[in-house]
Ligand binder design. Structure first.
Ligand code: GTP
Ligand code: IMP
Ligand code: MG
Length: 339
């Protein structure tokens, strides 16, 4: 029995989508539960040659025997969820989905307010998905919950109860965080942050699991850093430099060009500490070093191994998953050796 939480180590877009898909396909948990802020997230999943961009559905959907859940802490936009049901029809996502009755609902009004707030003097660069205004209404106790929406009736399940029962029955539970450590309302670069804490403890609370029930916290880092939207970025490189290194990126939700920077060890250390990380997953190693699709640790160059060792030594957390490409097969899994 293992209850794992996966979190983003920096400003989101660390490649959580790929890592979650790999881990759920490999470990086949009984329940895969989405935690985090809401549909401001964009997770990319490549599976069997097809590409999916997800905003609410757990990225572990490819493991078709798992129940999929959305925890009470997550903001829900029913239109986004129903569109994903259509896009993911062949994976029976709709039939497997459970929504906690206490999820708060994003409306058109929240999205409009989010777009308008961009005119404020402190331009945060919100995704415009309505999450900030919805969380603010939630705090003011002025928002509808999933239990109030007739279209959601067939999915309503006490997610916290289901997950705790599953853990007590010795089943495996995988909790997916969204966004990233540096976007946390508490620990990120305030005010250039999202509308909620984005660390492992909050993700556990999002799905109604207490800290004593969590076994593993997997912190995902990209081998370089990207940031969408405004705010400080100590290791940022110029756009020209990013282009010359082939590190140009665009956002899944907004299509905005991402700012790119070098790996930030100080941020990594803080992120591992506050998340209580037990493992690190390192993605896009192939984009920094010449190791595309390598599946064996021994085939990595000395320079690549030194980079990985440095992260391990500085953070004190083992790098158990090394991703060398977008496909699930492009993964070096060292969990048997290191844990
Ligand atoms: P999260 O928001 O953390 O879930 O990240 P994401 O999945 O949204 O990542 P992003 O939108 O930045 O997409 C990354 C792209 O890189 C996707 O097309 C992934 O399939 C792909 N990708 C993920 N891991 C790797 C990797 O190790 N190497 C390469 N070359 N591509 C990767
Ligand atoms: P909001 O959460 O949409 O209000 O956006 C606030 C800030 O967080 C902006 O800088 C967004 O670009 C950033 N942000 C929110 N969610 C994500 C995410 O999933 N990935 C990357 N950046 C995000
Ligand atoms: Mg993303």
């Amino acid at each position: 029995m293992t209850c794992s939480i996966l979190v983003g180590g920096a400003w989101g877009d660390e490649g959580k989508g790929k890592c979650i898909t790999y881990l759920c396909d490999a470990d086949k948990p009984n329940i895969i539960a989405r935690a985090g802020v809401g549909p401001n997230a964009g997770h990319s999943v490549e599976f069997n040659g097809e590409k999916y961009g997800l905003r609410l559905t757990p990225s572990g959907f490819v493991h078709t025997d798992a129940k999929l859940m959305i925890g009470a802490g997550v903001l829900l936009n029913p239109d986004v969820l129903f569109k994903e049901f259509e896009d993911l029809k062949k994976y029976n996502v709709k039939e497997r989905m459970c929504v906690d009755p206490r999820c708060a609902i994003i409306t058109e009004d929240h999205m409009l307010r989010d777009k308008k707030s961009e005119h404020l003097s402190k331009k945060i660069g919100s995704t415009g998905s309505g999450c900030g205004p919805a969380n603010s209404d939630r705090v003011m106790r002025n928002i509808s919950l999933a239990r109030d929406i007739p279209e959601l009736e067939e999915y309503i399940t006490d997610v916290s109860l289901e997950i705790n029962d599953a853990i007590d029955n010795g089943e495996d539970v995988f909790i997916e965080g969204s966004q990233g450590f540096a976007l946390s309302l508490y620990y990120g670069s305030y005010p250039f942050v999202t509308s909620k804490d984005t660390t492992a403890s909050t993700f556990a609370a999002d799905v109604g699991v207490g800290p004593t029930k969590v076994d593993e916290v997997i912190n995902v880092f990209k081998s370089y850093i990207s940031r969408v939207g405004e705010g400080p970025f100590p290791t940022e490189m110029t756009q020209e430099e990013a282009e010359s290194k082939g590190l140009e990126e665009y956002g899944v939700v907004t299509g905005r060009r991402r700012r790119i920077g070098y790996f930030d060890m100080e941020l990594a250390k803080e992120s591992c500490r506050i998340n209580g990380a037990t493992q690190i997953a390192l993605t896009c190693v192939d984009k920094l070093f010449d190791c595309a699709r390598v599946q064996n640790y021994d085939e990595l160059s000395a320079e690549t191994k030194a980079f990985i060792n440095d992260i391990q030594t500085e953070t004190g957390v083992p790098v158990t998953i090394i991703s060398t490409g977008p496909d699930l097969k492009d993964t070096i899994d060292l969990r048997k050796e290191l844990l």
